[in-house]
Design a protein around this ligand. Structure first.
Ligand SMILES: [Zn+2]
Length: 421
């Protein structure tokens, strides 16, 4: 009986802790700290990763700082813990809500007009992005759209297909997706801007549509995105329910892919932000993408899943530090793209293997795209910035970010095309 009472108390406490993170309406007074752990402090830092209170904006990694959001009630404890351990730390974002308010204030600046609602001067809801897909489909006979399936909550997952001169499927093809992690709002914004640039400025770069077919998925995780807009700005996962006794929802869709699934760098804890799900491809959002990609995999020569933040160009594998056979091929192309990116606005995005720059992460889409689908250039990118704003990148950086990322894409893609047999 005593045990039962203790167990029930533990459950209630844990649920209360997780509730604090789940149902945040305001991030007033939440701070983001940047900690600089030494190698011997990495396990110490990792202990906090899944405590349900601290929100790790970046994961614990060797030789790199770690950004952690802490609610006001825990800041004294947090800084004491780090100080006692001797881990250097500083406040990076003094008040998260202030940045969210700035994000909203800037959103009022855009001018809407015409037959769609996208401005790229603010972060738009899914419906606005889809109004832009409708706009392109109505105005360009070589653009079509398709729902590749519905999300867990029933939202369509729509892609734009850019296939000039006849049907899709006869040329080398490009896949670009955004928003697999909900709170990384710059990602769908950048993906839709690149779609606009490709189609509406076709005359400036006709080779791109003459030589290749293109597939854009603006939102890989539409339920999570809606939740991050309407309920919790810092939501990352899907919104599926896998029966957590604490009521924790969702799976990290970028740990749920069926290639080397659950072989490290993902969590069994349903409350964790890196929960890999009960089995590979438990998430319908991932099976929708998997099935479409497999249907065109023989054409695909480029696969990029776009994230934020940290300014990185990430090459597989993620599950192991051993590089794949084609690593040098991917790296040479990525470095050319990176040079082109930096030339636009002077920003530097570091290129390298995932465990070299971040941490082991199994079940990612880039690993699956290379390992299971056989796409020879399969990467993911982390967009701006390097931490001043983190996930809450001001909307006036959408277009500059998209411009530099576009330069990466066209440079890398032209290089890939020139090397095709
Ligand atoms: Zn991400």
């Amino acid at each position: 009986m005593k045990l039962l009472v203790v167990a029930a108390t533990c459950l209630a406490l844990a649920a209360a802790v997780h509730d604090r993170v789940i149902s945040v309406e305001s991030f007033d007074g939440f701070k983001v700290y940047r900690a600089f752990p030494e190698d011997q402090d990495l396990d110490f830092m990792r202990k906090f990763e899944n405590n349900g209170v601290y929100d790790f904006w970046t994961e614990v990694r060797k030789g790199k700082p770690v950004d952690i959001m802490v609610p006001p009630s825990s800041q004294a404890t947090f800084t004491r813990q780090l100080t006692e351990r001797g881990v250097r730390h500083e406040v990076m974002i003094p008040n998260v809500q202030a940045l969210i308010d700035l994000e909203k204030a800037q959103s009022k600046l855009g001018v809407k007009g015409g037959d769609h609602d996208m401005t790229w001067t603010e972060y738009h809801p899914l419906e606005d992005m889809y109004s832009y897909l409708d706009h392109l489909e109505a105005n360009f006979e070589w653009v079509t759209t398709q729902s590749i399936g519905k999300s867990g909550e029933g939202r369509d997952m729509r892609i734009a297909k850019i296939c000039k001169s006849g049907e899709c499927g006869n040329k080398p093809a490009i896949w670009i997706d955004g928003g697999i992690h909900a709170r990384e709002w710059i990602s769908p914004a950048t993906v839709t801007w690149m779609l606009k640039e490709l189609v509406e400025n076709d005359a400036d770069h006709p080779d791109l549509t003459e030589n290749m077919d293109w597939y854009f998925l603006p939102s890989h995780n539409p339920d999570g995105y809606a939740f991050s807009r309407e309920e919790n700005r810092m939501w990352r996962k899907t919104r599926s329910d896998h029966g957590s006794i604490f009521g924790c929802m969702g799976v990290d869709a970028n740990r749920n892919w069926g290639y080397q699934f659950n072989t490290g760098g993902s969590s069994n804890d349903k409350c964790s932000d890196t929960y890999h799900g009960p089995e590979a491809f438990s998430e319908v959002e991932n099976t929708n993408v998997r099935d479409f990609v497999l249907s065109v995999k023989d054409q695909l020569v480029f696969y990029n899943s776009i994230h934020s933040y940290s300014q990185l160009i990430l090459l597989p594998w993620g599950y192991t530090s051993n590089p794949p056979d084609n690593y040098d091929y991917m790296e040479a192309i990525a470095l050319k793209g990176s040079d082109a990116l930096t030339a636009v606005h002077g920003k530097f995005y570091e290129t390298g293997c995932i465990p070299c720059m971040l941490y082991i992460a199994s079940g990612s889409s880039a690993d699956w795209a290379l390992g299971a689908a056989g796409i020879q250039f399969s990467i993911s990118m982390e967009l701006r910035d390097t931490g001043s704003y983190g996930f809450i990148l001001p909307p006036d950086q959408i277009i500059p970010t998209a411009e530099e990322v576009w330069a990466f894409h066209i440079t890398a893609i032209r290089e890939i095309y020139s090397q095709l047999p």
